[in-house]
Design a protein around this ligand. Sequence first.
Ligand SMILES: [Zn+2]
Length: 70
Amino acid sequence: MKKLFSALLISVLFLATPLSVSAETVVYNPNSKIYHNTSCSSAAKCKVCKKIDKKQAIRNGARACKRCGG
Ligand SMILES: [Zn+2]
């Protein structure tokens, strides 16, 4: 039983790895609710922005920046 559990745990970790690798970081502005690409010039000027996961930004109701596409 313990062996089966370990095997399950390993396969879960193995399946979860590609998701964390493909996670995209964006620069999110909580005031305007717009997220930017990390290389966007607007993001560089933005003082209230913070780097978060793109999925999390969308979950917060954020829209993609028109200039960089998010
Ligand atoms: Zn932008």
